[in-house]
Design a protein around this ligand. Structure first.
Ligand code: XMP
Length: 326
């Protein structure tokens, strides 16, 4: 009989045996999968697991701090937090093509993670050992998707996840969640007494806000979208809708329009609000958010964020629209 408790016990024992006195590293995003995987491995080998969390410059408002707080203070993980935001943003400067943005972020991430992993393994005396491990939060649907025979279909988006395998090191993989679906991972997380804000977090793409800022990414635009996104998420939570919705977020459009504020003319950006229901992200329906919630979101955004003077609501399902705008 499958129970979370049984799964946890047998998985922790198996990891402990497998890793022996070796060292493991794990890239964390602050999301459910990588966090649950890390906590399981931490139970097995304690601080011989080092977790790495990278600020890529396109995280949500305060996320770099919130994730550190959750992982370090609440979960007791041995965490290295790397602020690489300057490096990512300078590589992204002037880039407008969605696929190029994704590739830059994927490539930079691997480089940053690779450097950190080197340093960590060197410090722990495991750089050239045969006993260095990489923890990944791969789920069963990811396993299926990457092993299925793909036809000559066109790449719609090049997905990027945390935890790309560093190429210069011989790391062996630990994937404790390979046989599980998302809801099972959440149940295990609850049994592990992990904080609700990790377990209930809506999915967030690896390339972060970069695929929600259309056109050029600048520090100013990132700051605008962080504020707008924070308002959307806060108001959806206040309305008690956060957990029923697959994803709800803001998108910053490089479109300026004329407005009026007090008796002043404004000329500022447009923000799109998107909320979708989905089972697995493959298809999605736009959510008919209550008008009252939309009204609060809209008036807060235009009143609190100088730089945005217009809010529109995305009423496109997937297909034909994808969930993210890029
Ligand atoms: P789309 O936009 O393709 O998104 O309809 C489907 C789901 O995947 C998420 N997404 C990503 N997740 N790395 C990720 O880890 C990525 O590069 C990426 N791109 C999209 C998206 O948020 C949605 O849940």
């Amino acid at each position: 009989d499958w129970t979370p408790q049984h799964f946890i016990e047998s998985t922790v024992a198996a990891i402990r045996e497998k890793v022996g006195d070796g060292h493991a590293i794990c890239a964390l995003s602050g999301g459910v999968d990588s966090s649950v995987a890390a906590v399981l491995v931490h139970r097995a080998i304690g601080d011989r697991l080092t977790c790495v969390f990278v600020d890529n410059g396109v995280l949500r408002k305060n996320e770099f701090f919130k994730v550190q707080e959750n992982l370090r203070a609440k979960l007791g993980l041995n965490l290295v937090a790397v602020d690489a935001s300057g490096r990512f943003l300078s590589k992204l400067a002037g880039v407008t093509d969605p696929e190029t943005k994704r590739k830059i972020i994927g490539r930079e991430f691997i480089e940053v993670f690779d450097d950190e992993a080197h340093r960590i393994l060197e410090q722990s005396g495991n750089l050239n050992s045969e006993v260095a491990w990489l923890v990944q939060g791969t789920l069963y649907p990811d396993v299926i998707e990457s092993s299925s025979v793909k036809g000559p279909s066109q790449t719609i988006k090049s997905h990027h996840n945390v935890g790309g395998l560093p190429e210069t090191m011989k790391l062996k993989l630990i994937e404790p969640l390979r046989d599980l679906f998302k809801d099972e991972v959440r149940r295990i997380g609850r049994d592990l007494q992990m904080p609700a804000d990790i377990l209930e977090r809506q999915p967030f793409p690896g390339p972060g806000l970069a695929v929600r800022i259309l056109g050029e990414i600048t520090p100013e635009r990132v700051a605008l979208l962080q504020e707008a996104d924070d308002i959307v998420v806060t108001e959806i939570k206040n309305a008690g809708l956060y957990q029923q919705i697959w994803q709800s977020f803001a998108v910053l459009l490089p479109v300026k329009s004329v407005g009026v504020m007090g008796d002043q003319r404004t000329y500022a950006y447009t923000c799109a609000v998107r909320a979708v229901h989905s089972e697995d992200g493959m298809t999605a329906d736009w959510v008919p958010l209550p008008y009252e919630v939309l009204k609060t979101i809209s008036s807060r955004i235009v009143n609190e964020i100088p730089g945005i003077n217009r809010v529109v609501y995305d009423i496109t399902s997937k297909p034909p629209g994808t969930i993210e705008w890029e």
